[in-house]
Design a protein around this ligand. Structure first.
Ligand code: CTP
Ligand code: MG
Length: 240
């Protein structure tokens, strides 16, 4: 259990970085994954709409260098309608490079940075809210999580079971993940090359990472099966 200290106070303005610069090799579409259509709209459009719904001070999209103008076409109207500055920058070769490029482009006032995968396009606005509110000076990193419902086995390299994991202590981790900006930058500076997720880099700094409830809708679109699932989700939500 976290013990709030004197330093454990809420932070200032929130900026969102949406990393959308990946190619989507496992999905295998003709366009980068963020531009794949679901319910007639690119995944990136849903991700940005959801993030803007919780009124960040600014939002930056890290797009494939070849698709910066296309990304701006997708998101400009959403930013204007929300009255929130939305910028598109070129992402990098690795996801961590895209996180840094996006964070660099946020205004200095953004002390809290929410890093979100465009591939998790259907993360609802209340997840952004929960994550942003939970970032404090002391708990400098927050991840949204889901409980593990299946039994988890540990196996050796030949596939034989060597143990059963304690499910109670396991969580599935999603994005958006929230950070004090300076802690996110330090984590990437010191440990960026081993990036699995951004919070893992903060763990390597020896800093506390907190959790809030995630949402099953924040599934990551990785494979064609996930895309089919996303189509069903959109048909259900948008036409209610
Ligand atoms: N990403 C990024 N820059 C990269 C690599 C990934 O901005 N150089 C983003 C992706 O666009 C995605 C998120 O990081 O929104 C999570 O990555 P992943 O789901 O692995 O997407 P891809 O790398 O595009 O897919 P794949 O690994 O199948 O190629
Ligand atoms: Mg990838």
């Amino acid at each position: 259990m976290a013990h709030p200290s004197d330093a454990d106070v809420p932070m200032g303005a929130v900026g969102v970085v949406i990393v959308a610069a990946g190619s989507g090799s496992r999905l295998g579409a003709a366009v980068p994954k963020a531009f794949v259509l679901v319910g007639g709209r690119p995944l990136l459009w849903y991700a940005v709409r959801s993030a803007l719904a919780c009124h960040p001070a600014a939002l930056v999209v890290a797009a494939p260098p070849t698709h910066v103008a296309d990304a701006a076409t997708v998101v400009d109207a959403l930013g204007r309608q929300a009255g929130i500055p939305v910028r598109v920058v070129a992402g990098g070769a690795e996801r961590g490079d895209s996180v840094l490029a996006g964070t660099d482009a946020l205004p200095a006032e953004c002390e809290v940075v929410l890093v979100h995968d465009a591939a998790r396009a259907f993360a609802p606005p209340d997840v952004f809210e929960r994550v942003a509110t939970a970032v404090t000076t002391d708990t400098a990193a927050i991840v949204p999580v889901l409980p593990v419902v299946d039994t988890m086995k540990v196996v050796d390299d030949q596939g034989f079971v060597v143990g059963t994991a304690d499910r109670e202590s396991l969580r599935i981790v999603q994005t958006p993940q929230g950070f004090r900006r300076e802690v996110l930058l330090e984590a990437h500076r010191r440990h960026g090359s081993v990036a699995t997720d951004d919070a893992a880099l903060v763990e390597l700094l020896g800093r506390r990472v907190g959790t809030v409830a995630g949402d099953p809708a924040a599934l990551k679109v990785t494979t064609p099966d996930d895309l089919a699932h996303a189509e069903r989700l959109v048909a259900h939500v948008e036409h209610r």
